[in-house]
Design a protein around this ligand. Structure first.
Ligand code: ZN
Ligand code: ZN
Length: 432
């Protein structure tokens, strides 16, 4: 063991991409102006990384689990518990947790799955209060509901005889009716699944009743009518958030704390509640950063400063900037490139302020979110190790093609911690 060495994993969320003709056959990382990441690649050890396995599209949650060395196939229990823990709801054994979207529906038809990415905090507060005040229990089950960022929220059902083995309510695309939750055909406990689906459907129905009638939504609905007809030149889209669509049902997660597993005193600086929830489960010190919004306008320098500061009294930090993923989901190349350049400015700050004679840093993505796919894809991702213990190669820029020629070859997410610990001089010897 080498006391005092430090490790940092820095994730540009969804930063990986595919070549696109509109950016001259380059990927968004290749097209972005990234002097700091290029320096990291030039002076560091590069390679390609599959977060789970080649070709498997990862969620942010399963990917971050693997990146931290916790096998998702073994430990993953659905997305809901991470989202819930991330917003500060304790998920107890027996609870069923969901992640939710505020959405806009017309009757049962989904007009927008994100209620126009609702971001007006006063409005959200009133909408959440209405849900909470009106729906505290359903049958003998306690309903716990909390907002996350923008259109996201978490729901926990607490009571006897519940199951996460039920189908989704969120149809995942607009223009169709939202679904009725049903017990899964192969549910271990069909009766519990039946009960949970029934309660969830009742929750969704009641939420719609309460929210459709709400003053703030009537106002939002009127604005939306005008916007729809092109009668305004408002920058922001305002839609009524008149329903909650739950998905990703899951049960409580049991994970060995990161400190116990690696002997590292660890912190997490991330913008997404889902990943923050993982940090809480791993008993990492989850640090909030003012100005880290999780949106395109996030303050990347504030995040970088927080990383530098956290490494003063922690051995290990995992940081994530969400913005590139948003550009990818929106299919907006230009926005994604701008977001990647934001990540690069954060890297530049980190390069200037950390002591790399005793710090090893990793820069990579948690998955690809190609603008051409507008969702996560299973493509391999560029990765670069920099600083203490790294052996430089001939790669001179950071990107999919360049890093594929690097010394690290092709690795998996589950191997990153071992590689990093070895470079930090904190690896365990196998054998005598
Ligand atoms: Zn992600
Ligand atoms: Zn995403």
């Amino acid at each position: 063991m080498t006391e005092g060495t430090k490790g940092l994993i820095f994730i540009g969320d969804g930063m990986g991409g595919r070549p696109m003709s509109e950016i001259d056959g380059r990927t968004t990382i290749e097209a972005a102006d990234t002097p700091a990441m290029d320096r990291i690649a030039r002076e560091g050890a590069c390679g390609m990384m599959d977060p789970i396995a080649p070709g498997r599209a990862a969620g942010s949650d399963t990917s971050h689990m693997a990146l931290l060395g916790y096998e998702p196939e073994r430990y993953y229990r659905g997305r809901g518990p991470f989202e819930a823990r991330g917003v500060g709801i304790e998920v107890r054994p027996g609870d069923v947790a969901f992640r939710c979207n505020f959405a806009t529906v017309d009757g049962r038809t989904v007009v927008d799955r994100r209620a126009g990415r609702i971001s007006q905090e006063d409005d959200i507060e009133q909408i959440v209060a209405a849900v909470r005040d009106n729906i505290e229990t359903i049958e003998d089950v306690q309903v716990i509901f909390k907002p996350s960022v923008e259109h996201r929220a978490a729901l926990v059902l607490r009571g006897e005889g519940l199951s996460h083995e039920i189908s989704e309510v969120d149809p995942h695309s607009p223009g169709v009716e939202y679904w009725e939750s049903r017990p899964l055909d192969d549910a271990d406990d069909p009766e519990a699944a039946e009960k949970t689906a029934r309660i969830l459907n009742e929750f969704v129905g009641r939420v719609h009743e309460v929210l459709d009638d709400l003053e703030v939504n009537r106002r939002r609905g009127e604005i939306w009518e005008r916007q729809k007809n092109g009668a305004t030149d408002d920058e922001e889209i305002i839609m009524p958030a008149n329903i909650v669509l739950p998905r990703g049902a899951g049960t409580a997660v049991q994970l060995e704390p990161l400190k116990q597993r690696y002997g590292l005193n660890a912190a997490m600086i991330v913008e997404v509640d889902l990943v923050r929830g993982l940090g809480e489960y791993l008993d990492m010190n989850v640090i909030e950063v003012e100005g880290a919004t999780g949106g395109m306008g996030t303050d990347e320098i504030a995040i970088a400063r927080a990383v530098v500061e956290a490494l003063e009294d922690h051995d290990f930090v995992l940081a994530n900037i969400k913005a590139p993923d948003l550009g990818g989901h929106d299919g907006d190349c230009e926005a994604k490139i701008a977001a990647i350049e934001k990540v690069d400015r954060a890297m530049d700050h980190v390069l200037n302020y950390l002591d790399f004679s005793n710090t090893t840093m990793v820069i990579t993505a948690d998955h690809a979110t190609p603008c051409s796919v507008m969702d996560h894809a299973g493509d391999s991702l560029p990765i670069a190790f920099f600083g203490r213990g790294t052996c430089p190669d001939d790669v001179s820029s950071f990107g999919e093609r360049a890093c594929s020629r690097g010394i690290m070859g092709h690795i998996r997410g589950m191997q990153i911690m071992d590689v990093l610990l070895n470079m930090m001089g904190r690896g365990d010897k196998f054998g005598a």
